[in-house]
Design a protein around this ligand. Sequence first.
Ligand code: 5GP
Ligand code: MN
Length: 335
Amino acid sequence: MTKRVTIEALADWLRDRDDVALLGHVSPDGDAVGSTLGLWHALVAMGKRSVVCLPGGVPKLYAHLPGAEAAVDTDAPLPFAPQAALAVDVSDPPRLGEAGIRVFEACPHRAVLDHHGTNEGFGELMLLDGKAAAAGEMAVALIEAMGVRLSREMAECLFVAISTDCGHFNYTNTRVETFEAAARCVAAGIDIEAITSRLYRTRSFGRTKLLGLVLAGLRVSEDGRMAWAKLTEAMLTQAGALPEDNEGIVNYLLEIEGVQFAVLANERGSQTKLSLRSKPPLDVSTAVAVPLGGGGHACAAGATVDADPEEAIRRALVLAEVALRGDTQGERCSP
Ligand code: 5GP
Ligand code: MN
């Protein structure tokens, strides 16, 4: 049984540990990368040995973050045998990936810091705040609870974590605490213009081409409430893009006037990774992601399906259509 703990209890737990592995989820996003790196700087500042493990390593988009060079691909050999593991932004063990599960299970002490409401808990302890906009928001408070001064390096990583997970303070998950955590990062001396320019106003040529290829195949339902598109491996090759360049494309579908449900089907070999988005009050996690074996947040969720993109989209649309008819809508929706 996993014990739900307070931020102070997790701070005490970490203070008592050395040789800590910080584990992020598969397809690491800004929150997974930024939160693990931010906490890594804090543990190092406390004189501890620590390592950040991310499936596939640090994505190119975040490779400039301070400390990224010290992070390892979870599949690669670790620089030391960790005694404690902290899974960050990971909603369930499969999201650690196969190697991540192995590293986590091999540690004598295991804990979780997460903000996914669907997290049922794993490891010995879990700090869960389903209302936090990002794991990074919680990480800022955790660093404070450990008595560590927020350095500029930590702040840069954590601001990226917070900003990317709340749509740069646009989504409904943005709350007072989100701004407060971001304000602490600003107080630590980060360069907001440089960070946000790189994240939101700079795109590689390949990523831009990919956007065009995906949007060329965009479809909407007759009633205009559902939009879908696929992103095939052939498109990646044609555009000269990386798999991680899919990030953000699904939002273009959701932003179409009248659309309440959007799905982007990413071909991954014989499987399809679905990126699911909705507008309130549709709870896309409960209505679509969970029935397909995935999870996530009310308005931003995902699932990996053993099917080609066409079939995966068909399954998602069937579920979304039922939900849009009003059968399984959540009471409130925050990504
Ligand atoms: P994205 O579409 O950006 O990859 O994922 C959106 C959200 O859904 C993220 O917060 C992520 O945690 C969650 N998510 C994406 N894919 C999966 C999945 O296969 N399983 C689970 N449980 N959650 C997922
Ligand atoms: Mn997150």
